[in-house]
Design a protein around this ligand. Structure first.
Ligand SMILES: [Zn+2]
Length: 67
């Protein structure tokens, strides 16, 4: 199933709203993750590059919903 894997592109949108809940690090960034069109998606007219936003901690890698 590896050939249909979904790739996502991450874009940093700036600093997060508050320190990490898990490890307390202040190195948290608001991140947008967007699907990258590839493979069969190129033939799919219904493809949507849905974007998700979350806050990502650089210290422990945890994600949470943006405030
Ligand atoms: Zn953390």
């Amino acid at each position: 199933m590896g050939w249909v894997e979904t790739r996502r592109r991450r874009t940093s949108l700036g600093p997060g709203s508050r320190p990490c809940d898990v490890c307390g690090s202040e190195d948290v960034s608001l991140t947008e993750s967007r699907r990258v069109r590839q493979g069969l998606d190129r033939l799919n007219p219904a493809f949507k590059a849905e974007a998700r936003r979350y806050e990502l901690c650089a210290g422990c890698g945890s994600k949470r919903e943006p405030a």
